[in-house]
Ligand binder design. Sequence first.
Ligand SMILES: Cc1cc2nc3c(=O)[nH]c(=O)nc-3n(C[C@H](O)[C@H](O)[C@H](O)COP(=O)(O)O)c2cc1C
Length: 204
Amino acid sequence: MKKSINVAVIYYSMTGNNSQFARWAAESAREEGAGVRLLKIDDMRTPDEKNPAWVAEHERSRDVPAATSDDLVWADAIVFCYATRYGGLAAPMKSFIDQQGAVWSQGKLVDKVVTGITSAMNPHGGQEMALLNLYISMAHWGAIPAFPGYTHDAFSEAGGNPYGTSTTVGPGITPGDEAKAAIVQQVKRAIDIAARLKAGSADR
Ligand SMILES: Cc1cc2nc3c(=O)[nH]c(=O)nc-3n(C[C@H](O)[C@H](O)[C@H](O)COP(=O)(O)O)c2cc1C
């Protein structure tokens, strides 16, 4: 059944953390046998040479296709990975969501299973709010959030954010194995919910 689940993993990343989370998420979805599209949201600005991490991430993601409305319509489950900015959703990701009026108004985003992943510099710098901000928009889509909750030990071991895996990264702190393990489980959970939803619709 999971083979027929399509997963769009969509990321916005300036300095590479969320790009890495998205790659882990896509790998997990592939291991589950899902159809997978790894997609980026382009930055609104050209990378600044004074920020080598930004330049490196731009290069790394050069060949990754940019997400489109068609990808959202194709997907049964959508994994959003993005940086926390000023306690909320990074603007390029929000802008992409704001551009979905046409498909949203036709009801084409209803029942999409959605789940969010983020990172921030500070443990109390707004990671939870950045994820909750995503789900506010998703409520308007009529989407189904796949919250990790505390359904697997991996979530507690990665910090216990019930809204989605969130990671504190910064100088000297890089995402570790706990973050990867939580992301793998979060994606499995989203696929499982999408598969059950799809099986239920087939029965109707
Ligand atoms: C404009 C801007 C705003 C940010 N706002 C926050 C914030 O509110 N809280 C926080 O802890 N970190 C904040 N950060 C840090 C990023 O969330 C953090 O570096 C994140 O891991 C970057 O992800 P990326 O490597 O995928 O781009 C901000 C960074 C930038 C550039």
